[in-house]
Write a protein that binds this ligand. Structure first.
Ligand SMILES: CC(C)(COP(=O)(O)OP(=O)(O)OC[C@H]1O[C@@H](n2cnc3c(N)ncnc32)[C@H](O)[C@@H]1OP(=O)(O)O)[C@@H](O)C(=O)NCCC(=O)NCCS
Length: 196
């Protein structure tokens, strides 16, 4: 059974709880500065949409489903990171992907690098794959900076319809080879011991 709690130096990644819903709404789902960079959410925000996301998050099977981790700092929800099974990248249908968001207040402190390193160790182990993928808007420079720190490299471009922006947006497709990730951020089994 895969663990669903990952502790890092400053953070805990864990399964979402029903009590997270209000905070998720306030610090993430109803903040345009977060939602404008994600393709799937409506703007203006809909509580019913968040309820659907939350229902899935609460019941996700860590062995096979897209698995969203809540990111907690000092006991408070500050964001989320999701390990997604292959399917998001039509151009690379075999690759699992990663998605993430951080509350505005929590940005600029290196929390997302820390969270993504833990989530990717978990993800590489679950998917047993050699490469992870990601997709980022061509104008999302802070996310591109983060992906580069993790070891991702550009691998192509694509157009995707953005629900909040209601238009097609140019995206950069990024690849993270497992050996490059482990050279930069350690080996999963060493980092996480028996937890995997
Ligand atoms: C993308 C996003 C997660 C990046 O957040 P972030 O806080 O900038 O990410 P990081 O964890 O990499 O933090 C890096 C910043 O923390 C700073 N920092 C401070 N203390 C640090 C520490 N101990 N370790 C590392 N970095 C630290 C870094 O200098 C860097 O700041 P800089 O960009 O001004 O140089 C955030 O902007 C976000 O949620 N955006 C909206 C949603 C989104 O775009 N999702 C991704 C779609 S592809």
């Amino acid at each position: 059974m895969l663990t669903t709690t990952l502790d890092t130096q400053r953070l805990r990644l864990r399964r979402y709880k029903p009590e997270d819903l209000q905070d998720y709404w306030e610090i993430g789902h109803s903040d345009y500065e977060i939602i404008r960079w994600l393709t799937g959410a409506s703007w203006p925000p809909l509580r019913s949409e968040l309820d659907t996301v939350a229902q899935f998050a609460l019941n996700a099977d860590p062995e096979i489903d897209n698995f969203p981790f809540a990111i907690e700092h000092n006991g408070a929800l500050i964001g989320g990171v999701e390990i997604q099974k292959p399917g998001d990248l039509k151009e690379f249908p075999e690759l699992p992907t990663i998605g993430y968001w951080l509350s505005q207040k929590a940005q600029g402190q290196g929390f997302m690098v820390e969270a993504c390193v833990a989530a990717l160790h978990w993800g590489f182990s679950r998917e047993a794959c050699d490469v992870f993928g990601a997709r980022v808007f061509a104008t999302n420079y802070s996310s591109q900076k983060l992906l580069k720190k993790l070891g991702f490299e550009p691998a192509g471009v694509c157009l995707r319809y953005s629900k909040p922006l209601q238009q097609d947006v140019e995206n950069i497709i990024m690849h993270l080879p497992r050996d490059r990730f482990e050279a930069l951020h350690g080996d999963a089994h060493v980092m996480m011991g028996a937890a995997l």
